[in-house]
Write a protein that binds this ligand. Structure first.
Ligand code: MN
Length: 249
């Protein structure tokens, strides 16, 4: 069975039953990036994903935890050579209100990007809530590898700047339900669009979203682009393959 769908941002380790969600994703051949929120939980996620054909574990330090978990940065450095995938990382200025906390987040993110650049060939999935301008500036400065802005919610102008800097954008069900998200979808270049569940945080029909729900995102992409859903799925898959450099996942 060939893969038709891509979930570039799913927190498998945070579901009540990670194994069943992983099994479903694997059976449906959905290419999935299993993001983590701290370096200390990465080894467990890597073990869960080992041997799976379609799921890859990503090493992360979520910006909302970054200051508290900064002592785990050496663990990030230790694990970074063991995976091609990095996330969830980034900046979150909704949770960091003071300039001092924002500066700490930037310093931790810059250090992560430095490790990625040093290791080379990474694929990053990045959080940028209320901080997209600084995320884009740091990405441009540190050029860490290929990157995806996950659940992008910034301005159209900054979206274009990010796209010029090489960004891909992963779209989830919550974004397709909001007016702002749908408006943004009209503007993002088609060749930069990817799909994500961001499960279990995003909810679909009052249940935690799962990788299978990226199919619903593809339906919306098809309607937005005025193409058949198969063609929309092809465009997203082509984007994913380009992001990975045409090689295997
Ligand atoms: Mn997330």
């Amino acid at each position: 069975m060939t893969s038709r769908f891509v979930d570039t941002h799913c927190h498998f380790d945070l579901y009540a039953d990670p194994a069943s969600v992983l099994r479903e994703s694997e059976q449906l051949c959905i290419y999935s990036i299993a993001v983590t929120n701290t370096p200390s939980v990465f080894p467990a996620m890597a073990r869960l994903a080992s041997g799976l054909k379609f799921v890859r574990a990503a090493l992360g330090l979520h910006p909302e935890l970054a200051i508290e978990r900064a002592p785990e940065l050496p663990l990030f450095a230790k694990h970074v050579a063991t995976t091609r995938y990095v996330g969830e990382v980034g900046l979150d200025y909704k949770s960091a209100v003071t300039e001092s906390d924002r500066a700490k987040q930037r310093s931790i993110f810059a250090s992560i990007l430095g490790h990625c650049r040093g290791a080379g060939g990474k694929v990053l999935t990045i959080h940028s809530r209320r901080a997209e301008a600084d995320v884009i500036a740091l990405l441009s400065e540190h050029t860490p590898g290929a990157f995806i802005l996950h659940w992008y919610s910034g301005s159209a102008k900054n979206m274009r700047l990010a796209a010029e800097a090489g960004a891909y954008f992963s779209i989830n069900n919550a974004m397709t339900m909001s007016e702002r998200g749908r408006k943004l979808l009209q503007d993002i270049p088609h060749d930069r669009v990817l799909t994500e569940s961001d499960g279990p945080f995003v909810r679909v029909d009052d249940q935690p979203a799962r990788p299978i729900h990226t199919q619903l995102v593809v339906d919306v992409l098809g309607r937005t682009w005025r193409v058949e859903r198969d063609e929309a799925a092809d465009i997203v898959m082509k984007n994913f393959r380009r992001l990975l450099g045409g090689g295997a996942a």
